[in-house]
Design a protein around this ligand. Structure first.
Ligand code: DAH
Length: 345
């Protein structure tokens, strides 16, 4: 009896010290198998009961069972302790400091050309114009022929062209949208047509793709004065209220007479500076009275109706408005440059 109880004390002492050293739940579970499992030390003690005198068996059995219970509860206690320590470690390591300032979400901003295009459209919409669009892949017929530039017309040289086939091209201007609008609607017409256009040019003031906004008004008694009044009003809105405009004679096959339109330099207000090369004026668009031939081709009688048209480059106006010296920066997608334009549309 005393031999067995000594053995049990030994096992208990061993279990206690090993469990105290175990810092992983896995080790504790190994101990459970080792001490209490089928081939564990206590189990083999129980098996040995048959070898001791029958009158001692109940006493020994009781001792062994008590030892089992006490080892089992030591194991549970140790596991609970390890679990609590693990939780405390996690709380310590994964603590979130809610008082730290947040990371902040970077907000995009509109591209300066988008801002300018939408501003141009807003101004003309407020003057009663509606917005129309046409295809970027255009026929020679609409891009040139309907704009009064038959094949071999020298004015075609003014607009270098990306041809897809001899009859299909990337439109070189938004003017063909004029013809498309006139084909499907009757006067009075008052439209602005924004869109991308393409020409094989690439330098500080030209890009192979750029945007234009075309304007067309057709009604009875439309004159060059209406063009001037409309553009002056738009320029005052787009730049500032002191802006003046002037017309210089020019040539476009689709307008007669044709003009080049200048605005007073928005930087020096006409005094002369680097931006306007000392002249006080900056050229912003081409315009004119719609050539009767263009009206006639669209089935509009030029003896009854007349019109004016204009076409402006969006990038060019953005460069003037924001003082951007090189057009290429508009296409480089440099966030440091683009993030400077935070205006809302
Ligand atoms: N389409 C011309 C160009 O891209 C610009 C232009 C000039 C448009 C006169 C017009 C206009 O509507 O009347 O160079």
């Amino acid at each position: 009896m005393s031999v067995i109880s000594e053995k049990i004390q030994e096992i208990l002492a061993y279990a206690k010290s090993r469990l105290e050293e175990s810092n992983e739940a896995g080790d504790v579970n190994d101990m459970r198998v080792r001490l209490l499992g089928k081939s564990g030390e206590l189990t083999s003690l129980l098996r040995g009961l048959k070898d001791i005198p029958p009158e001692e068996r109940p006493g020994v059995g009781k001792l062994v069972n008590e030892a089992r219970d006490s080892i089992a509860s030591m194991i549970e206690l140790r596991l609970a302790l390890l679990k609590r320590l693990e939780l405390e470690r996690k709380i310590r390591d994964e603590r979130i400091d809610v008082t730290l300032s947040g990371k902040g979400i970077k907000r995009g901003s509109y591209h300066p050309c988008t801002l300018v295009r939408e501003e141009i459209l807003r101004v003309f919409i407020s003057l009663g114009f509606s917005v129309e669009q046409g295809p970027e892949i255009e026929s020679d017929y609409y891009n040139f022929r309907r704009m009064n530039m038959p094949k071999d017309h020298p004015a075609r040289d003014m607009q270098d062209t990306f041809y897809i086939t001899p009859d299909v091209l990337l439109r070189t201007h938004t003017s063909p949208v004029q013809a498309r609008v006139m084909d499907k609607s009757k006067p009075p017409i008052r439209v602005v047509c924004p869109g991308k256009v393409y020409r094989p040019d690439d330098d500080a003031t030209h890009s192979p793709m750029f945007q234009q906004v075309e304007g067309l008004v057709v009604d009875k008694n439309i004159t060059l004065c209406d063009l001037k009044g409309t553009l002056e009003c738009a320029a005052k809105e787009l730049f500032d209220s002191k802006t003046k405009i002037r017309f210089r004679p020019s040539y476009f096959p689709f307008t007669e007479p044709s003009v080049e339109v200048d605005v007073t330099c928005p930087v020096c207000h006409g005094k002369g500076c680097r931006i306007c090369k000392g002249t006080g004026w900056i050229e912003v668009l081409g315009a004119g009275v719609v050539n009767p031939a263009v009206l006639r081709d669209s089935g509009i009688d030029p003896d009854i109706y007349s019109g004016f048209a204009f076409g402006m480059g969006v990038e060019r106006i953005a460069m003037i408005k924001y003082g951007i010296p090189d057009m290429r920066i508009l296409f480089e997608n440099d966030a440091r440059f683009l993030s400077g334009f935070k205006e809302e549309i």
